[in-house]
Design a protein around this ligand. Sequence first.
Ligand SMILES: NC(=O)c1ccc[n+]([C@@H]2O[C@H](COP(=O)([O-])OP(=O)(O)OC[C@H]3O[C@@H](n4cnc5c(N)ncnc54)[C@H](OP(=O)(O)O)[C@@H]3O)[C@@H](O)[C@H]2O)c1
Length: 321
Amino acid sequence: MLPGPLSSALGGRRAEATWSVADIPDLGGRTAVVTGPSVGGLGFATAVELARHHARVVLAGRSSSRLDAADDALRDQVPEASLERLLVDLADLTSVRQAAAEAARLGPVHLLVNNAGVMAPAHHRTADGFELQLATNHLGPFLLTGLLLPQLAAGEGRVVTVSSQMHRRARSAPLEDPRADARQPRWSAYARSKLANLLFAFELDRRLRDAGLPVRSLAAHPGFSGSHLVVNGQLGRATGAVASILDASVKAMSQSVADGALPVLMAATADLPGGAYCGPSGPGEMTGPPVLVEASSLARDPEAQRLLWEVSEEATGLAYP
Ligand SMILES: NC(=O)c1ccc[n+]([C@@H]2O[C@H](COP(=O)([O-])OP(=O)(O)OC[C@H]3O[C@@H](n4cnc5c(N)ncnc54)[C@H](OP(=O)(O)O)[C@@H]3O)[C@@H](O)[C@H]2O)c1
């Protein structure tokens, strides 16, 4: 269940569903870090609007060439954009630590969008020994967020973590030892990693409040959006003839990435309390203008939130304040 004030806001806002990019305030003087900003994805669409509203946007991705392409494509749309880059492979804790050290040069951070993710790739263990989806979608962002927390506090910022309606398919939270050698079906691993996103976002917000830190943690999901998520997961790449055909069929069934980014942008910039969760307002929350939405009861389970936090601190070697 949502906290009381959010619950009543949900009823009102779902009926209205009027939030749009026109509601984004001027973000001049603000620094926003967006992970996974590759062209054609939700991170790119999010970065475009943040830059259009004058934020300094830090494109945080794992491939220099794809960061080059994102930088070029974003400047095509927003010629005056203020852009920086951060090279980070979220599936590699060493890379995350190096990126966080490099990010110290950015000064206060006002927004971190934990957007990067993978969906249902073939089973793989990372260099740290973790299942790839949990590593990329949850453990890397957990570490990055914790290491950027002093800069987020200096910016009185917020963290927006991107989940999915697929979190509802998870039968349990991923509370087992993430280095254990058990294999799980790839879609189950994805659903559990997206549940982990929400458990993390809500527990982070509670801990920030308990610690008296001036940072809010919110969550969002994009419904079903025509990004490269399917081809990246199924083929391991977003280029080539097969990828183009699969991409086109996904686009035909889904809303645009610009529309899918709206709940993320709403969570990032609207006047909302920590713990809020934004998603599309249409049937099944698959498409439509963004509103406050409900998370599953498992995602709001305080015991699962606490236990995942302990697992994540142990796995990443990072103790939050
Ligand atoms: N599209 C949807 O319908 C949908 C629905 C629900 C939730 N979501 C969520 O939305 C988020 C964005 O996905 P998308 O749909 O925009 O997919 P996408 O087009 O495949 O974009 C994913 C982004 O994550 C990056 N990434 C993947 N692994 C990474 C790693 N190890 N380190 C750093 N970056 C990494 C990718 O970089 P590369 O280009 O280098 O691979 C890419 O920039 C994900 O969290 C996803 O779960 C999407």
